[in-house]
Design a protein around this ligand. Structure first.
Ligand code: SF4
Length: 420
């Protein structure tokens, strides 16, 4: 399949913000067929996706230097692939106390991190009375109230910029979290309602209803929150459903301009999950999906695949059109995929260079929002964003590591709700 896409033949090392890119995406049926591309068509798919990325982003691949704060591993859902979640009574069930949150954030700040990624289960208090009691003993009604307080604590005491990933959010939840988060996210994962059926990946997981997750992404757009979303491939979805999920994300971004990155993540089988015998998607499947995502989402979208989920081959994702590795922690393990530690940042830089790319650090806010979309940056956080970024909206090269300036140097965050 050729003829529906043309990209400039200019120097791909220069992002062509000034040069218009002639780009017509494949239609739905073409995209579905491309997910099975082989031979010459596969070569064309990968080359075209890479050229489109080069035209829009140049030969720079970014990452965010982050510390991972697993606020609670309790959750009301029961996703078939989840290793993060625990139930009350499990010795590994854990909700972090404020001082534990702060200790992790301080370690991150000392290691030069700039993002505090808060990951947590979805509304555990609705399922577990023990967790309701834990929250009430500390003066909170909901996990999201506690999350907002912990985001503020980290922001005020360490200066790290929170990025919360707490699951489904109402407009009121987003309004609560927005003043203390530089960006937020929820993976759409899949648009398939079939996966909610008994025995499927999202059985007994009310927060994985696709319409509910799309509503969260829409509400974030309405409130001008720079947002992360993406798809999880290999959990039982069809090729058509995979394409439809990408198209739904594209539609929401077209409406609000707020989706700053799209993640393509691959399912991994693990011994302690319900889907332990489920086949993993192949590397080829991952490459095809990344490339189709690039063709559908275009040259301007930031496209990410996590490097720790394909330790041997991750640099090849660059050949399929990604331009970002996501958050990389010099401090904490990945609590979602703990058996797959992140590659060290230096190793990531070397692997990127071997593919012809320069690794650059970004904030949890992408450079195009840093440079030209102030309405997406909560006012109290703007000074810190300015202090940490150069004219290109990225962290200046050479500032890759090292502790932060004093946390209060550029001002404290405002009160929750002050942005609205
Ligand atoms: S919603 Fe998230 S934390 Fe909860 S079970 Fe599903 S994947 Fe795990």
């Amino acid at each position: 399949m050729t003829g529906h896409l043309a990209v400039p033949a200019s120097d791909p090392s220069v992002a062509s913000a000034a040069a218009p890119i002639v780009w017509t995406p494949p239609d739905r049926q073409q995209a579905i067929e491309l997910l099975a591309a082989e031979g010459d068509e596969l070569a064309w798919l990968l080359a075209t996706a890479a050229a489109l990325r080069d035209a829009g982003k140049g030969r720079v691949v970014t990452y965010s230097r982050k510390v991972f704060i697993p606020l609670t591993n309790l959750c009301r859902d029961s996703c078939g692939y989840c290793t993060f979640v625990r139930r009350p009574g499990d010795p590994l069930a854990r909700t972090l106390e404020p001082e534990e949150v702060l200790a992790i954030a301080r370690a991150g700040a000392a290691a030069g991190c700039k993002e505090a990624l808060f990951s947590l289960g979805d509304k555990p208090e609705r399922r577990h009375p023990e967790h309701r009691a834990w929250l009430a003993a500390r003066g909170y009604r909901t996990t999201l109230e506690y999350l907002a307080a912990m985001c503020r604590l980290v922001l005020d005491e360490t200066g790290l910029l929170p990025h919360a990933n707490p699951g489904v959010l109402s407009p009121e939840d987003i309004a609560l979290l927005r003043p203390v988060n530089i960006s937020m996210g929820i993976m759409l994962e899949s648009i398939s309602e079939r996966l909610l059926a008994r025995g499927q990946a999202h059985w007994a997981s009310p927060d994985k209803v696709p319409a509910v997750r799309l509503a969260t992404i829409r509400a974030a757009g309405e409130q001008r929150v720079a947002f992360t979303t993406g798809i999880l491939i290999g959990i039982g979805e069809t090729a058509a459903e995979r394409v439809d999920a990408l198209l739904a994300i594209r539609d929401l971004h077209a409406a609000y301009g707020h989706i700053q990155e799209v993640i393509v993540q691959n399912f991994r089988a693990k011994p302690d999950i319900r889907m332990r015998d489920w086949p993993e998607p192949s590397e080829l499947d991952m490459l095809r999906t990344i490339a189709v995502a690039r063709l559908l989402l275009g040259p301007a979208m930031n496209l990410q695949a996590p490097p720790n989920l394909a330790l041997d081959s991750y640099a090849r994702y660059l050949r399929a059109g990604i331009n970002d590795w996501g958050g990389v922690s010099p401090v904490t393990p990945d609590h979602i995929n703990p058996e797959r530690p992140w590659p060290a940042i230096e190793r990531l830089a070397r692997a990127s260079a071997a593919e012809g790319f320069t690794l650059r650090e970004r904030l949890a806010l992408y450079p195009e929002y840093v440079r030209a979309r102030p309405e997406f940056v909560p006012e109290p956080l703007r000074a810190r964003v300015r202090a940490w970024t150069g004219p290109d909206g990225l962290v200046p090269a050479g500032a890759l590591a090292g502790p932060h300036p004093p946390p209060r140097a550029e001002g404290r965050g405002g009160e929750p709700g002050s942005e609205h």
